[in-house]
Design a protein around this ligand. Structure first.
Ligand SMILES: *[C@@H]1O[C@H](CO)[C@@H](O)[C@H](O)[C@H]1NC(C)=O
Ligand SMILES: *[C@@H]1O[C@H](CO)[C@@H](O)[C@H](O)[C@H]1NC(C)=O
Length: 294
């Protein structure tokens, strides 16, 4: 008996359930945290008043329609860093208040969309999609603010389905990029675009299209030692038309002074007002931050 009691106490501590005291009882927030517990299934005995459920860094590979059914107050569901292969958003049809869904860093190949009225933030970045997982139903979710995406192929027809949405942030977290159709990014209607590049990507095409897409553009993981980029850059007409970006942020960059000169040449006559490079390596020498105001 003593043993059973101590296991129970251990479980409650590990779950680290916090009840935040708010002024009104209906504003109570309950976070249930099962992060990093080697779970293969969603636990069954979840508290029905849970508002935030963290199941990140587990071994989940499949979600059942019944998994979250009882959680009518759920607002945020964090499922990142699991092994989930397929996602049906209808699984959350009883979670009417769900606003935040993070399924990034899984093994997703398929998503079935379902219009959930309150869903504002959906992160599907760093998954194994062949094409960007957008369909006609995604375009119906006019309340979406932040959208994280990935896909080995990016083409205009995918983004056209969400071109009418007014998004705040689009995050493209790419594991691979085998095909990019030029002109795809500018179809997006977003204030901020952040792209994390996989290795061997044509940075120049994405940079130029990115500058035509959003007011704030951030690009992470730029390795300009893959020579094709320099030759592409120097062939291009450096006059960029229809530029929108005023703030350009480059992160984790490995480049030469020639590459930097090409970047300057490209953005010189554009709308870019503020340019920052962070964590940069200039042919072996490291520099923390480089800032430039036009
Ligand atoms: C859950 O716990 C992990 C590890 O302690 C922590 O990193 C994470 O932020 C927690 N999740 C939430 C939603 O508080
Ligand atoms: C989704 O959009 C289509 C066309 O724009 C419309 O006919 C349909 O009723 C919408 N569905 C929902 C559930 O909003």
């Amino acid at each position: 008996m003593r043993h059973i009691r101590s296991i129970y106490i251990f479980c409650s501590i590990v779950r680290s359930v916090h009840i935040g005291a708010s002024e009104l009882p209906e504003e109570r927030e309950l976070t249930t945290n099962f992060s990093s517990m080697s779970l293969r299934k969603v636990p069954e005995d979840l508290s029905p008043i849970t508002t935030t459920l963290d199941l990140s860094y587990n071994l989940l590979f499949q979600l059942q329609h019944s998994d979250f059914r009882s959680l009518s107050k759920l607002k945020a569901l964090i499922l990142c860093h699991n092994r989930i292969q397929e996602l049906d958003i209808k699984t959350f049809e009883f979670n009417k208040e769900l606003r935040y869904l993070d399924v990034s860093n899984n093994r997703l190949k398929r998503v079935t969309w379902f219009p959930l009225a309150d869903l504002r933030h959906v992160d599907l970045s760093f998954n194994d999609f062949d094409a960007v997982p957008i369909c006609v139903e995604t375009g119906n979710m006019s309340q979406l603010e932040t959208l994280g995406l990935s896909g080995a192929k990016i083409q205009k027809s995918d983004f056209q389905k969400i071109a009418h949405l007014h998004l705040n942030t689009v995050f493209l977290g790419l594991r691979t990029l085998s095909h990019y159709e030029e002109g795809s990014l500018p179809i997006l209607n977003t204030r901020k675009l952040h792209i994390v590049l996989p290795v061997d990507t044509n940075f120049w095409v994405l940079l130029q299209d990115g500058i035509k897409t959003s007011k704030i553009l951030e690009v992470t993981n730029i390795d300009l030692h893959k020579s094709q980029f320099t030759s592409y850059g120097s062939q291009q007409n450096p006059i960029l038309e229809n530029a929108k970006t005023s703030i350009l942020l480059l992160n984790k960059v490995d480049l030469s002074w020639d590459d930097l000169f090409l970047i300057f040449q490209l953005i010189w006559h554009t709308s870019v007002e503020y340019f920052q490079i962070q964590h940069v390596t200039f042919g072996g020498a490291c520099l923390e931050t480089f800032k430039y105001w036009t």
